[in-house]
Design a protein around this ligand. Structure first.
Ligand SMILES: Nc1ncnc2c1ncn2[C@@H]1O[C@H](COP(=O)(O)OP(=O)(O)O)[C@@H](O)[C@H]1O
Ligand SMILES: [Mg+2]
Length: 1046
């Protein structure tokens, strides 16, 4: 972005300084390069001043100058670098007066006027032969080809329009003394545009081709280019097929001027261009073949020589050239031979052939050659028109380009020059009418007084030539048509007779002494608008009649060559009725042309030839002064000025110069005329310097305009800076406003979006809450729409809570989360499952050892649970394998019972059977028996088989009484023991000795045997304190504190 801005700035600065440079240059250069528009010439009536300006510019290579909208162009005779694509771009769409004069400016202006006004225009290009008309018309065509909007289809049309030129030039142009590429036919070309300005088609009208050139050329001139192009450039095969040799000198039709080769012309490369062009313009290969056959056969015809037979008649004996013509045109040789040597005479109802004399035969041959070439040329133009034709019927506007042969004067001038110069006379007449008329109308329309400008009106010459019954054309036709022996000389006499007194006509006979010297007897002289021309009357009648013997036509009709067939149709009216003479045809075609032109808006290019030598840089004052004069440029200028150098529509004038007055800048509120008035008052125009018309301001002196323009140029620069600054500010402001608007818009959208989201959320929440409340209210009803979700929620919620509050261990199984009513059953099932799962897990986690322990505990439980008061306290005390390690048992004891595996040992207190004194002992259980051990002594061994039973109280003491049998005399008696690990010891014992059933829990009192026959008692009771003592009754009293049951 930065980069781009920088670039833009640079180019803007660059442009500003360029404008400034241009401005300064145009101010200072005025002296050097002259003025661009003659209208601004102060000494506008001075021919010298006019010439000076033209010369100044010519030497600066500025070949174009305006007179208002008329373009004066001086042939530079050298390539100028002003026709590039870049130049075209520069002139495209730019105001006429803003750039230096150029043919492109004119073309662009015509084009844009046509588009905006949607009407038809034509550009009249005039000037004498070699002045640059054809080049100018090509430049205009090229400009349109580049500048018009194009599509692929349009490009096609464009290419054909462009390429029709080289083809027509090859067949219609020739080197003359005046111009190496002189147009020998008149050409009016319509370019058709659609409403968007695309070139969509074209049409060409051709005027009077100078056919005589086919058979005769003056010294220093050539035949039409195409002949030389074919001989020089034609491929070997082609030439062989055509029977031609690559040497122009071999063809008598090509060498009469004595200059078949010209340095400025490259026939070889032109041939290539023409060949290529022919195929682009959609000429079929057959057409091209036929066309070349015709061109070649014309050359062969020219070489046919007639011999005189013994009677003096022309004869052709197996002539080689004649055979080539026969072959190329597809005419039987016999027919051709007969046709070339005989003429058909109609005598009454009979047809008689009369043989030609040699002269006649040559004449008839040349007539045939001219006819063939002339008709082929017309066929060519039609063919090109077919290819340019626009099929679309929608309305078109056209720009016509008229490039017609220019006024020409040779040392010998004949019928052709007469026609050409007459044509130029007519166009000059048209020019005078159009320019004077429009100018006059403008002044009248604007209500400006003006003095008529004297100018030479060439109507008098036109009349001299074309007036009915009295004009030269009428006389010529009369002479051609009258019966009897009419000759060129009788024509001359007739003219002398009828128009002898005309000021613009003179002959040898009529002339005064001095003039007579410059005239031959067979000459007549016309004082044309462009100068005097002496015509040699010889050949006038012939050329005007343009007779082709009827026989010749009939021969041609037999041709197999399709082009020739086309050119000599069998439907052609018979020559019984005389066809119109050449000059009359020409006259009516010019009338037609005038009509075409008058229906369109005219634009003018006046071409000037700077010297006769075709040399660059040579400005021949006399020659140019003469052209300026006869082209009526001075008159045109004077009429344009009519006292006022410059006029512009108020709107345009105001638009351009309004910055010069604070009241009109930047905008004028009133009418444009008032604005201009205000502006020029501010500028200090004096009352005689200007006039206000109805729609235009007229400025008398150029200097007034220059002063205004100079002031404007200075002011423009300042303004540009201001406008730039304003514009930049405006742009930035615009950007800012845009951004702000955008931000607000985004904000609004965003807020809207958020609000909509919030609303949706709330609506959703309301619904959810409603549903929740409804669900809550109907929670106890059977599942329905209203409560299904709620219940699902309750279920889920309960399950989630349950998951977080599950009992951690099996022992906590009672702290189960209270379920909601609907979950009661599920909860129960779950609980069951879960407990089972916990138990399973718990069980899996239990080791074999612990299992063993628990099994023991279970046994303990089965023996004591609910029976002995202090049993619950024992539950949590794990059992050990033993309470006395083997290291704490006396070695001696161990020695003694070494055959028995010790299973369990526990410290006990033994109460003597007599006196009940407590003694600390060890009780050891082996596989076989229980031992009571006092240090190293075994005090008593009780074989398990002799263990009758074991008694314990139901209270919380830890006494046990072992009852033994007395089978053995050494047996000592029952044992009263107190053991801190009562339950453990008893359980172990019951397992080891397998004495589960012999353990009794008794209440109150236990009887025991001290020795056989002597009994003792242990009484048990609960008391305040635990104590053991010998009661008065001799019983051992064991008091124990009551254990609070859990
Ligand atoms: N604008 C031009 N720039 C360069 N050479 C030109 C220009 N106009 C004419 N010429 C030269 O003058 C010769 C004659 O011009 P042409 O247009 O054929 O004349 P006209 O058609 O008026 O007889 C051209 O062949 C060319 O060499
Ligand atoms: Mg020309």
């Amino acid at each position: 972005m930065m980069h781009q801005a920088l670039e833009m700035k640079e180019s803007l600065d660059e442009r500003c300084s360029k404008i400034l440079r241009n401005m300064e240059a145009s101010l200072t250069a005025r002296d050097r390069v002259g003025i661009q528009d003659f209208v601004l010439l102060d000494a506008y009536t001075s021919e010298s001043a006019f010439l000076d300006n033209l010369r100044k510019r010519f030497h600066e290579n500025l070949i174009y100058t305006y007179i208002g909208t008329l373009l004066v162009s001086v042939n530079p005779y050298k390539e100028l670098d002003i026709y590039s694509k870049k130049q075209m771009d520069t002139y495209m769409g730019v105001n006429f007066f803003e750039l230096p004069p150029h043919i492109y400016a004119l073309a662009d202006n015509v084009f844009r006027t046509m588009l905006s006004e949607f009407n038809n225009h034509f550009i009249l290009i005039s000037g004498e032969s070699g002045a640059g008309k054809t080049e100018a018309s090509k430049k205009i065509l090229q400009f349109y080809a580049v500048s018009c909007p194009s599509t692929k289809l349009l490009n096609n049309v464009r290419d054909r329009l462009l390429l029709s030129n080289p083809v027509l030039e090859a067949f219609g142009n020739a080197k003359t003394l005046k111009n190496d590429n002189s147009s020998r036919f008149g050409k009016y070309m319509d370019i058709q545009f659609d409403h968007q300005g695309g070139a969509v088609g074209g049409h060409i009208l051709s005027y009077l081709l100078e056919k005589s050139r086919v058979v005769h050329q003056n010294h220093g001139e050539r035949n039409f280019h195409i002949f030389y192009q074919m001989v020089e450039g034609g491929e070997e095969d082609l030439l062989r097929w055509l029977g031609l040799e690559r040497n122009c000198k071999n063809y008598s039709y090509l060498v009469q001027g004595g200059c078949p080769k010209v340095s400025s012309i490259n026939d070889k490369s032109d041939w290539k261009t023409v060949r290529k062009a022919l195929s682009v313009i959609e000429f079929s290969e057959t057409d091209i073949e036929n066309l070349f056959g015709i061109i070649a056969s014309v050359l062969h015809l020219g070489n046919i020589k007639f011999a005189a037979d013994d009677r003096g008649y022309a004869s052709l004996n197996n002539n080689q050239e004649m055979h080539w013509v026969s072959k190329l045109l597809g005419i039987p040789a016999q027919v051709l031979q007969h046709g070339l040597t005989h003429r058909k005479i109609e005598a009454k109802s009979e047809e008689v052939f009369s043989p030609f004399s040699v002269d006649h035969a040559v004449y008839a041959r040349d007539a045939l050659a001219k006819a063939i070439y002339g008709r082929t040329f017309n066929w060519l133009v039609n063919k090109i028109n077919e290819s340019l034709a626009n099929m679309d019927s929608s309305r078109k506007t056209v720009i016509g380009l008229l490039d017609i042969y220019g006024f020409e004067v040779f040392s010998v001038n004949s019928f052709e020059q007469f026609c050409i110069n007459y044509c130029n006379e007519k166009l000059q007449q048209l020019f005078i009418q159009l320019t004077l008329k429009s100018e006059q109308e403008e002044y009248e329309m604007e209500g400006i007084e003006w003095e008529p400008v004297p100018y030479f009106n060439n109507k008098i010459i036109c009349d001299l030539v074309e007036e009915k019954h009295r004009g030269i054309i009428s006389l010529l036709d009369e002479e051609c048509l009258r019966p009897g022996e009419a000759t060129d000389l009788t024509l001359l006499e007739k003219m002398e007779d009828k128009i002898g007194g005309h000021p613009h006509f003179v002959t040898h006979k009529l002339a005064d002494q001095k003039t007579r010297k410059t005239l031959e007897r067979g000459d007549f002289r016309l004082l044309h608008y462009a100068g005097e021309v002496t015509y040699c009357v010889v050949g006038f009648l012939d050329k005007n009649n343009d007779l082709l013997y009827r026989n010749g036509k009939e021969v041609m009709r037999q041709s197999k060559n399709t082009v020739i067939k086309h050119c000599f149709p069998s439907t052609e009216p018979d020559s019984k009725r005389r066809p119109e003479t050449v000059v009359t045809q020409f006259k009516s075609s010019l009338v037609g042309l005038t009509e075409i032109l008058l229906s369109k808006e005219p634009w003018y290019v006046r071409c000037i030839k700077p010297n006769e030598a075709k040399q660059p840089g040579r400005f021949d004052d006399v020659l140019i002064r003469h052209q300026v004069k006869y082209l009526g440029l001075m008159e045109h200028l004077r009429v344009r000025r009519a006292g006022f150098a410059y006029r512009r529509k108020y709107e345009i004038f105001l638009q351009r110069y309004k910055p010069l007055c604070p009241d009109t800048w930047p905008n004028w509120k009133g009418t444009a005329a008032e604005g201009v008035h205000c502006l020029i008052k501010h500028l200090g125009y004096k009352s005689d310097e200007y006039k206000m018309g109805r729609t235009k301001i007229f400025i008398r002196h150029p200097r007034t305009l220059f002063a205004t323009e100079d002031a404007f140029q200075v002011c423009k620069h300042k303004l540009a800076t201001r406008i730039q600054a304003k514009y930049k500010g405006y742009r930035v402001k615009g950007d800012f406003v845009k951004q702000k608007e955008a931000a607000t818009k985004i904000e609004t959208c965003w807020r809207g979006l958020m609000a909509r989201k919030e609303r949706e959320k709330r609506a959703w929440a309301v619904k959810v809450i409603q549903k929740f409340i409804k669900g809550f209210m109907t929670r106890n009803e059977p599942s329905c729409n209203d409560n299904s979700e709620y219940l699902a929620y309750v279920r889920q919620n309960y399950l989630i809570r349950l998951r977080e509050n599950l009992p951690k261990t099996v022992l906590e199984k009672d702290c189960w989360l209270t379920p909601p009513p609907i979950m009661k059953e599920a909860s129960q099932l779950l609980k069951k499952l879960y407990v089972r799962q916990m138990v399973k897990k718990y069980i899996r986690g239990i080791t074999a050892q612990r299992k063993q322990q628990l099994l023991l505990k279970e046994q303990t439980s089965s023996m004591f649970k609910g029976r002995k008061e202090n049993y619950p306290l024992s539950v949590c005390r794990p059992f050990l394998d033993t309470r006395i390690g083997p290291e704490d048992i006396s070695i001696k004891v161990l020695q003694m019972i070494r055959h028995e595996h010790i299973r369990y040992s526990v410290p006990v207190v033994k109460y003597d059977r007599n006196g009940f004194r407590p003694r600390v002992r060890q009780l050891i259980f082996t596989q076989e028996a229980a031992y009571l051990v006092e240090e190293a002594k075994i005090k008593q061994r009780i074989d398990y088989s002799s263990l009758k039973g074991v008694s314990v109280s139901n209270l919380s003491d830890n006494f046990l009484i072992l009852h033994v049998t007395f089978d053995d005399i050494k047996q000592k008696g029952d044992l009263v023991l107190q053991c801190e690990y009562l339950f453990e010891a008893l359980t172990k014992m019951s397992v080891i000795a397998n004495k589960q059933n012999c353990i009794k829990v008794v209440q109150g009192s236990v009887r025991f045997d001290i020795q056989p026959g002597r009994e003792g008692f242990v009484d048990f009771k609960s008391g305040q304190e635990s104590m053991v003592y010998r009661a008065k009754n001799g019983h051992l009293m064991v008091e124990s504190t009551r254990t609070k049951s859990r």
